[in-house]
Design a protein. Structure first.
Length: 83
């Protein structure tokens, strides 16, 4: 997403949570649907650009600073339980 390309990924594990609505989520075992999604992005510049824009925006929600702040918040919450 941060590289400015549309994301097509599996709809299982934590990937839907990470991608949100900024990418195409598909069943991992449906090769035909994956093929269709790739072709659609290649053939439709408008849809391609929509996913680029959504992905770039979504990627701003992740980063080292954000991750560090969330981790510190968890540590403080846990420390508060044992204080």
């Amino acid at each position: 997403m941060a590289s400015g390309v549309p994301v097509i990924t599996s709809d299982c594990t934590s990937l839907p949570e990470v991608v949100g609505e900024a990418g195409v989520l598909l069943p991992a075992d449906n090769a035909q649907r994956w093929t269709q999604a790739i072709i659609e992005l290649i053939e439709d510049p408008k849809i391609y650009q929509q996913y680029v824009d959504k992905g770039l925006h979504r990627a701003t929600q992740f980063g080292w600073t954000t991750s560090a702040k969330k981790t510190l918040s968890c540590f403080k919450a846990i420390a508060g339980l044992y204080a």
